[in-house]
Design a protein around this ligand. Structure first.
Ligand code: CA2
Length: 168
């Protein structure tokens, strides 16, 4: 019998030039396109990464993506970003609702952080209404499905170009 493929992540991919945006995907997002299309759509995570990368390139930014099902790996990825990335876009999956280690790691990142969700957690079960990530994010994009990936990159580009641009 062949061994099951690793569940943790795809290899980080990036390209020069331009400031680096790190796109992080939390648990179970690797299953997108396979289950629950009524909630999360039919596009795969690779489709969403391609959308984000195209948007980043249009803004002169480079993009690296990392997906993991493990909280500590997400914390490690955020730590590594401290010396490398200008901004982080993160869909923390269910970690959104309870993973204070991710809150703390993001709080130690100097650049802008945009929280991203495919669905609108506030319109779903009560346990999804709390985000421990929101307090350390510049803002949240939620409920726009795959379009959210472009919207999140657009927001990051604005924030990097003029850090106070979205204040008013
Ligand atoms: O709406 C989002 O993007 C979420 O972050 C998705 C998380 C959920 O726990 C958050 O409340 C909101 C879940 C991602 C799981 O994705 C699956 C995809 C296909 C099949 C099963 C799960």
């Amino acid at each position: 019998m062949s061994e099951a493929p690793p569940t943790t992540s795809e290899a980080p991919t990036s390209e020069a030039p331009g400031p680096l945006v790190l796109l992080l995907s939390g648990p179970n997002l690797n299953l997108l396109g396979e289950r629950q299309p009524a909630v999360y759509g039919t596009a795969t995570l690779a489709d969403h990464v391609a959308t984000a990368r195209a948007a980043a390139h249009a803004h002169g930014l480079s993009l690296e993506h990392f997906q993991t099902n493990h909280e500590g790996e997400l914390v490690d990825a955020i730590h590594r970003a401290r010396d490398r990335a200008a901004a982080i876009v993160v869909n923390p999956g269910a970690f959104t609702h309870y993973a204070w280690s991710i809150h703390d790691a993001l709080a130690a990142f100097d650049g802008p952080v945009v929280e991203l969700h495919l669905s609108n957690p506030n319109g779903r079960e009560a346990w999804r209404h709390t985000s421990v990530v929101s307090p350390v994010a510049e803002g949240t994009i939620a409920g726009f499905g795959g379009h959210g990936y472009r919207l999140a990159i657009d927001a990051v580009a604005e924030l990097l170009a003029a850090p106070d641009a979205l204040d008013s």
